[in-house]
Design a protein around this ligand. Structure first.
Ligand code: NAP
Length: 330
């Protein structure tokens, strides 16, 4: 792992949480949207587990060689994609952010080729039932090898790994394309000889929609300290029924409990914003006094009625601490 770190740590009142969490240094905004880099598509392939996935998700590799971005991107950051054409107001499309899916060394080993995990946005316009196609996602997914793409970034410095990764255990929780940063982080951690415990909980509607499933299952086979767990929301999960990621978190609790109690666990959550509520409720139910405060700060009203929490209370009466890293979208 990189040796440079940005200290965004906090001092904890509690003994086992008093360490500062220093995050890896992340370069920011090397190419602004007004002066984008030109990248070249070098791979564009499906990254779903089954041939008949409900959604279309593609793993798209961009060669950033010769731009300011080469060698400057780390997992947890995003790139901006500038789709050609103009929006409904006649202005150039604004950049759309996509999380990097590659490790620091990139797909090429030198940090020049980085991947994005892109889901085609296909919807119906509720006003008139017409087909709505997301601009940047469908542009990207349709590109062939050799196509040129305008790219800005990188952006994001708070959803990256800590400098001292070996001092922590990691609980990675993803839904859908939220898996992207974890693919790169896992590769970085194992390349650095990481020896702690990593649990990745991956939520998707159907087993055929699992992303990078083969690669992740292979990593789990190679590393006994990597625990890859799925939560399939619309099919039975033997021996469980249908599951959300928070249900899987509850099922894994007997193993995870000691990682939280020891103060080593850091929680990273990436994907749909709706999962925050369920995941935080599960943490609040499972973590005892003295440990819970290290992960969630609860107003008294919230502390007294965990089952009654609503989405509106998250970040107001229920506030994650710096041990909980969030990259979520509605
Ligand atoms: P998806 O394939 O539809 O999978 C989402 C999974 O989450 C489904 O199993 C879904 O279950 C489940 N889910 C829905 N509501 C939930 C809730 N309240 N609690 C727990 N689980 C819930 O996902 P997707 O279409 O790829 O969407 C991923 C989201 O992540 C997008 O919003 C995307 O913008 C975001 N994302 C963010 C980043 C980032 O922050 N950098 C990166 C990548 C993706 P059901 O649908 O069966 O209810």
């Amino acid at each position: 792992m990189g040796s440079l770190g940005v200290a965004i740590g906090v001092s904890w009142g509690m003994s086992n949480a008093s360490m500062e969490i220093r995050l890896r240094h992340a370069e920011m905004h090397i190419h602004k949207p007004a002066e984008p880099a030109t990248a070249t598509v070098v791979k564009n392939e499906a990254c779903t587990a089954g041939k008949k996935a409900a959604g279309f998700v593609r793993h798209i590799e961009l060669d950033l060689s010769g731009t300011g971005l080469a060698g400057k991107c780390i997992p947890g950051q995003s790139l901006g994609i500038l789709a050609p054409g103009v929006d409904g107001n006649g202005r150039p499309h604004k950049p759309r952010l996509y999380s990097l899916a590659s490790p620091t060394r990139g797909e090429d080993g030198h940090g020049a080729v980085h991947a994005l995990t892109v889901k085609r946005l296909i919807d119906e316009n509720p006003a008139d039932n017409s087909l709505f196609l997301g601009v940047a996602s469908n542009y990207l997914c349709g590109l062939g090898v050799g196509s040129k793409v305008q790219v800005s970034g990188p952006s994001g410095k708070r959803f990256v790994l800590p400098v001292d990764a070996g001092a922590h255990d990691f609980v990675f929780i993803a839904t859908g394309t939220g898996i992207a940063p974890f693919r790169g982080m896992l590769m970085d951690l194992f390349a650095g000889g990481y020896k702690g415990e990593i649990t990745l909980i991956m939520g998707s509607p159907y087993a055929t929609d699992l992303l990078y499933h083969g690669q992740l299952a292979q990593l789990a086979q190679e590393h006994a300290n990597f625990h890859y767990r799925t939560a399939i929301s619309r099919e039975a999960n033997a021996p469980h029924g249908k599951m959300y990621v928070q249900d899987r978190l509850a099922a894994e609790w007997p193993v995870l409990e000691s990682q939280f109690a020891s103060g080593r666990a850091l929680v990273y959550i990436c994907g749909i914003a709706g999962m925050e509520l369920g995941v935080f409720q599960q943490l609040a139910r499972a973590l005892g006094p003295g440990v819970l405060e290290q992960y969630l700060e609860l107003d008294p009203e919230a502390a007294g009625n965990i089952d009654g929490w609503t989405r509106a209370m998250i970040h107001r009466q229920v506030r994650p601490t710096r041990r909980v890293f969030l990259e979520v979208y509605a």
